[in-house]
Design a protein around this ligand. Structure first.
Ligand code: SF4
Length: 147
C-alpha cells in the first residue's frame, strides 16, 4: 500500500506539514480560524522532530502488523480492508492510551486537555495526503515503497 515516507536529508524543519495537517483536520479548513477560533482546537496528526541540524516529520507508518491494532482494547484501531491503512474510530476509543504506548514510531498524538487521540488517516477523504502536497522541499513522499 502507499504510505508517507519522510526524507530527513530534505526536511528543513519548517513545520508546514503540521500546519496544513491541522487545517485539513479542522472543521473550517481555514488556517486562521483553525488556529485562533475553533474549539476544540483541531489536532495535527504529524509532527516535526528537530535535533540540532537534523529534522524530519513523524506520522503513522500504517504498519503491516500494527501493534496499536493488536493492543487496542475496544477495536477502535483497525485496518481498513480495502486500503490497508490503520484507522482510528473516535466513537469506540476510550482514550486508555494503550495505542500511544505501543506505537513504535511514537506517531499517535494525544491531547490530554481535549481527551483526543489522533493519528494520520492519509487524508482519506481527499485521497492525497496534504502534508506531502504542501511540503515545500519534497521531504515527504507518498509512495508504495521508501524512495
Ligand atoms: S513541511 Fe516538509 S520541510 Fe517542512 S517540516 Fe514538514 S517535512 Fe520538513
Amino acid at each position: 500500500m502507499k504510505k508517507v515516507y519522510a526524507n530527513e536529508r530534505l526536511c528543513m524543519g519548517c513545520g508546514l506539514c503540521e500546519v496544513y495537517c491541522l487545517v485539513a483536520h479542522s472543521s473550517s479548513k481555514d488556517v486562521v480560524k483553525a488556529y485562533l477560533k475553533e474549539r476544540p482546537k483541531p489536532v495535527s496528526r504529524i509532527r516535526k522532530e528537530v535535533h540540532r541540524s537534523l529534522s524530519f516529520a513523524v506520522q503513522c507508518r500504517h504498519c503491516d502488523e500494527a501493534p496499536c491494532v493488536e493492543a487496542c482494547l475496544t477495536g477502535a484501531m483497525n485496518v481498513d480492508e480495502k486500503s490497508g491503512a490503520v484507522t482510528h474510530d473516535p466513537e469506540r476509543c476510550v482514550e486508555c492510551l494503550t495505542c500511544v504506548m505501543v506505537c513504535p514510531a511514537g506517531a499517535i498524538k494525544v491531547d490530554r486537555k481535549l481527551g483526543v487521540v489522533a493519528k494520520c488517516d492519509l487524508c482519506a477523504t481527499s485521497g492525497s495526503p496534504v502534508c506531502v502536497e504542501k511540503c515545500p522541499n519534497q521531504a515527504l513522499v507518498y509512495a508504495e515503497a521508501p524512495p
